[in-house]
Design a protein around this ligand. Sequence first.
Ligand SMILES: [Zn+2]
Length: 271
Amino acid sequence: MPELPEVETVRTVLAPTLNKRKVVQVVISNLKVLGNGTPAQFTYGILQQTITKLTRRGKYLTVHFANGNRVVIHLRMTGVLTVNHPTDPVARHTVMLWVLDNGDQLRFADDRGFGRFWLIRDGQPDLSGQQKLGVEPKNVTAEYLQQKFARRTLAVKSLLLDQAIVAGIGNIYSDEICFRAGIAPMRPGNSLTPDEYARLATTIPAVIAEFITNHHVTLTEYRKSEGKSYQTDRYLQIYGHAGQPCPHCGTTLNGTRLNGRSSVYCPNCQK
Ligand SMILES: [Zn+2]
């Protein structure tokens, strides 16, 4: 599932190709992709409208239009957003397609079908879920984490996955963050020391920023990989490495499950 760094890659790669383009046709092939409203409402909310910018908040992308309307997009498990030339073969499970005024097409393909598009009209409340998000990783402070975790007995990893606390962290980066911070993922949130809150507060933005850089690809690379080239795992230190030696101390990494999510940690380095 794409997490904040991957969604940010999609944003930086696609933003220049969408900026100032007008939507001249909308094709919705599966109604499930609409998070609200009808296909006609969605289509007429953006048809003949010019895109002014593409922004990101947590794992949500927002396409802004000159008329003040916005389309909020969540890729969920398998959603892939690409801008294609009209002659490019259309990927299977393409559920949404916008023809742009230069002939290019914004396409959304989604194997599992959990991805969603919401039309938010100018002045209307955003009910996509984005309105409930906690802070962006770059704005996390030790005081904020302490305030959010202090009365919680839930595992630190599970608290990191809570989008209402910090937006954009998923299963992969929560493991990487706990490892870098030297904190065992199953520790109850309220058991952390002030020093550990401080470590977590510096590690969260650092890991996310590092992976935004690591995942950066050019538009050509992105197109060649059909929007999936950012899914590289060569920089991950412990996610997916259960049973392998810890990159710091050589101890075998433990794989476990916490509240239904897989988790990998080093029993020696993470206290
Ligand atoms: Zn270790």
